[in-house]
Each structure stands twice: as structure tokens, then as C-alpha cells.
Design a protein around this ligand. Structure first.
Ligand code: ARG
Length: 261
């Protein structure tokens, strides 16, 4: 009889521990991370999971702040305008631009080595002496872009102003993976950030990617709601430490191997 009581007590204790820890979890504030997962190595699908450098950063931030991480995969052009909650951030290889700085606050840059590349069928374009593609070669072409990205914007502005891409058309896609699949049918080439372009080309035998001459470098930052200084300061501190510890470089390497098509 006594034995049964002890066993019962142990069971009750174990159950209450379980309930307590479940309650604890409910009490954790959620950190919503808005991203668009067609952008390897920063965010991409692996099975039913979204992984990548930005997701590693998101996990580190949530862990450091004791928050529960919820990743929301949305259209890229809805991210910056959609950061309206204090516990939401945009982490999607987002280039820091003056236009976007009107709508959100940006963290310190965590990646400064982005620039626009073009993805094209192997051998279709000739490189200049610096192994880059001159904008001239893209004139009058249909250029696939991810809607709302800096690539999209650059092509459109340059076309409008009769610049680098005069006569070209920007054709918007949900992401660069989908756009690249359409090369040769719906578009001629795709314009997207360097690492994503290189990975898409590496995963496809018929494609290659090169830098477009005459464009400026871009830096990625994390977007937070305007004026949310507490979260911004915390994120800057965490990013500073991750950069210092070489974590971001390590994740870049880990996620740059190969992507699933
Ligand atoms: N860096 C570019 C921009 O800010 C492209 C980002 C695309 N990111 C993504 N997760 N699909 O416009």
C-alpha cells in the first residue's frame, strides 16, 4: 500500500513538473521573424524546414532574449511594411536602403558583401576584363527579379533613366529560385544578390552567374519597428558578439554547400 502511495506521489510530482514547464513555455514572449525562404544561403527550405544563416541568427537572438522563435515565411515585398509589432523583426537578407529606413529601423550591418549578379545560361554572356558583365549586354532583355528587392529596383530605375539596362524589362517573380527556373521561357536572365545567384548557378548545370559591372555594394541589416530602441539595442549587441566570434562567417560556410532545388 505504502509503495503504491509513493509511486502515486512521484507520478503527481512528475506531472506537475511537466505542466509547470509547459506553462513556463506559454509565458515566453514570442519573437516573430519575417522572412522569405527563396534566398539561399540566408534562408532556404530543407525538407519542411526553413534553414540558413538568417535563421541561425534568429535562433541566437531568441535564445539570448529568452523568447520563443516563430518564423513566418511571407512575400519579400511585404516584410518591411509588415513590421508593426514590438516583438517582430525582418530577417531576410534585407539590404539597408534610405527608402526602407523611412519605414523601419535597421540593426548594424551583419553582411556587407552583397552586390547584384546576373544568372544566365552557360556561355550566353561575355565577361569583360574584370570578369564582370557590362550592363550593355542586358539591354532589351527580359530580366527576372524578385519583386520588391533591390535588384528589382535597380533594374527598373536604370531602365527608366535610360541607364545600364535601357530597354530591358523587369519581370517580377516570388523569388529568385522560381525566376531562375523560368530562364529561357519566361525571362532571359535573372538579377539577384551575389551569394544567392552563385548558389542557384552552382545547383544548375546549365546556368552560371557573374557580377554586373557598375553597381554599388549592399549591406544586410535586421529590420525592427521604428522607434523600438530596446529591441534594436539588444539585437545590435547580439550581432556584434556573433560577428566578433566569427559565427556569421561559420554559418555562411555551413549553408553555402548545396541547396535542394
Ligand atoms: N538584398 C535584397 C534586398 O534587400 C534581396 C533580399 C531577398 N531576400 C529574401 N529573403 N528573399 O532587396
Amino acid at each position: 500500500m505504502k509503495k503504491i502511495l509513493v509511486i502515486l506521489l512521484i507520478i503527481v510530482f512528475a506531472c506537475s513538473l511537466f505542466v509547470l514547464s509547459a506553462c513556463e513555455k506559454d509565458k515566453k514572449t514570442v519573437l516573430y521573424v519575417y522572412t522569405e525562404s527563396g534566398f539561399p544561403p540566408f534562408e532556404y527550405s530543407k525538407g519542411d524546414e526553413i534553414v540558413g544563416v538568417d535563421i541561425e541568427i534568429a535562433k541566437a537572438i531568441a535564445k539570448e532574449l529568452g523568447m520563443e522563435l516563430v518564423v513566418r515565411d511571407v512575400m519579400f515585398d511585404s516584410i518591411v511594411s509588415g513590421i508593426n509589432e514590438d516583438n517582430a523583426i525582418g530577417l531576410a537578407g534585407i539590404t539597408i536602403t534610405p527608402d526602407r529606413e523611412q519605414a523601419v529601423d535597421f540593426s548594424i550591418p551583419y553582411f556587407g558583401d552583397a552586390i547584384q549578379y546576373v544568372i544566365y545560361p552557360k556561355g550566353a554572356l561575355e565577361l569583360n576584363d574584370e570578369l564582370m558583365i557590362e550592363g550593355d549586354l542586358l539591354k532589351n532583355k527580359v530580366l527576372g527579379v524578385q519583386t520588391g528587392t533591390t535588384g528589382d529596383n535597380i533594374v527598373q530605375v536604370e531602365v527608366k533613366e535610360g541607364g545600364l539596362f535601357a530597354g530591358a524589362t523587369a519581370k517580377g517573380y516570388d523569388n529568385a529560385l522560381i525566376a531562375a527556373d523560368d530562364i529561357g521561357s519566361g525571362c532571359d536572365y535573372v538579377v539577384i544578390d551575389r551569394l544567392t545567384a552563385l548558389q542557384i548557378a552552382a545547383a544548375n548545370n546549365n546556368l552560371e552567374a557573374s557580377q554586373i559591372a557598375g553597381l554599388d555594394a549592399e549591406s544586410y541589416g535586421i529590420a525592427v519597428k521604428k522607434g523600438n530602441k530596446v529591441l534594436l539595442n539588444a539585437i545590435n549587441w547580439i550581432l556584434h558578439n556573433l560577428l566578433e566570434e566569427g559565427k556569421i562567417d561559420q554559418w555562411l560556410e555551413e549553408h553555402s554547400e548545396s541547396i535542394e532545388e
